[in-house]
Design a protein around this ligand. Structure first.
Ligand code: UDP
Length: 329
């Protein structure tokens, strides 16, 4: 897998090892952490766009499937540095797909995103709805989806694009979590505020066309997302056709509801400001995940916002205890 030193990738590495797979992680550690990679995985420090390095891994370890988690994921950063996003998410993915086809990889799982839909006309969103990204992040991922479709038609690579909604939470067993150096995601920021690592937090916009005026997202526990990958892997390696599927619960929570749930878990209020809108944010993203459920038999097991928040908070506390926490900006 690529990106196995990152948030979703490190959880996937643990789950795949638990299930008896051999796992090799290719990661350049630009945002990931070496210590996030399970000890039982083979680790190769390389850029996924480095075709020689990746080809050597595929040859040397007889890799049958690739999960491509590596990528840049911060929506506002993509608005400021679009070309970095096309370079990392699109061009590096192109190099990787080419290397995988040449290396005889049989199945390719791509971490795509709900951001490919842009600001959809209605929710829940199903996969037949138009893809009209409203930020470079979504566009950079959508281009890779298109490349995979064309490369698959021409070269027979079986692939799945899993369109993640908002991934959150942490391994309930405490082995992995979100360790990004600079926190930008809502639940991580709320955890850091709860633990006193930030003096306060902001709600970015309360004038959206939603019931309480704040943006609505579909938060999926990382453990359920990783289970979707395992089931997709079995499905593709069993000879099934390529597919594109949403990964979410079909339930939306507003920014205010997330903060309220955090306050409930904590038993005290959080210091919160109302700030202006953040660039590139669509008002509401909620998944229709019928296709994933039907195609691979996925069923969520951690569909509980309080559990998501508790697991995230436990992980953040463990980072503080272990001294691995990088201070907020
Ligand atoms: N958000 C917020 N305050 C923060 C971080 C995020 O109000 O400190 C909002 C953000 O504007 C968006 C939602 O929370 O409406 C989810 O943002 P996040 O960055 O977690 O995920 P995204 O949906 O952008 O991938």
């Amino acid at each position: 897998m690529t990106g196995g030193a990152g948030y979703v990738g490190s959880h996937a590495a643990f789950a795949l090892l638990d299930a008896g797979y051999r796992v090799v992680v290719v990661d350049d550690l630009s945002t990931g952490h070496r210590e996030a990679v399970p000890a039982d995985a083979v680790f190769v420090r390389a850029d996924v766009g480095d075709r020689n390095a990746v080809a050597e891994v595929l040859r040397g370890l007889d890799v049958s499937a690739v999960m491509h988690f590596a990528g840049s994921i911060v929506v506002p950063e993509s608005v400021e540095k679009p070309l970095d996003y096309y370079a990392n998410n699109t061009m590096n993915s192109m190099a990787l797909v080419r290397t995988c086809i040449e290396g005889g990889v049989k199945a390719f799982l791509f971490s795509s995103t709900a951001a490919v839909y842009g600001a959809p006309d209605r929710v829940p969103i199903d996969e037949t709805m138009p893809t009209k990204p409203v930020n470079p992040y979504g566009a950079s991922k959508l281009m890779t989806e298109r490349m995979l479709a064309d490369a698959s038609a021409a070269h027979g690579l079986r692939y799945a694009c899993l369109r993640y909604f908002n991934v959150a939470g942490a391994d309930p067993a405490g082995r992995a979590g979100q360790s990004s150096r600079v926190a930008t995601h809502l639940i991580k920021i709320a955890c850091q505020t709860a633990l006193g690592l930030r003096p306060r937090m902001s709600v970015f916009g309360d004038d959206y066309p939603t019931p309480d005026g704040t943006c609505i997202r579909d938060y999926i526990h990382v453990t359920d997302l990783v289970a979707a990958h395992e089931q997709t892997l079995t499905h593709l390696l069993g000879g099934a056709d390529s597919f594109i599927a949403n990964c979410g619960y079909g339930k939306g929570y507003s920014v205010k509801q997330i903060i309220e749930t955090m306050e409930k878990v904590l038993g005290r209020p959080l210091p919160v400001d109302i700030a202006g809108r953040r660039a590139g944010d669509p008002p509401e993203l909620v998944a229709d995940s019928t296709l994933l459920r039907k195609t691979v038999g996925w069923a969520p097991k951690h569909d509980d916002l309080e559990q998501i928040i508790r697991n995230a908070l436990d992980w953040e506390e463990s980072l503080i205890r272990s001294g691995r926490l990088v201070p907020a900006e």
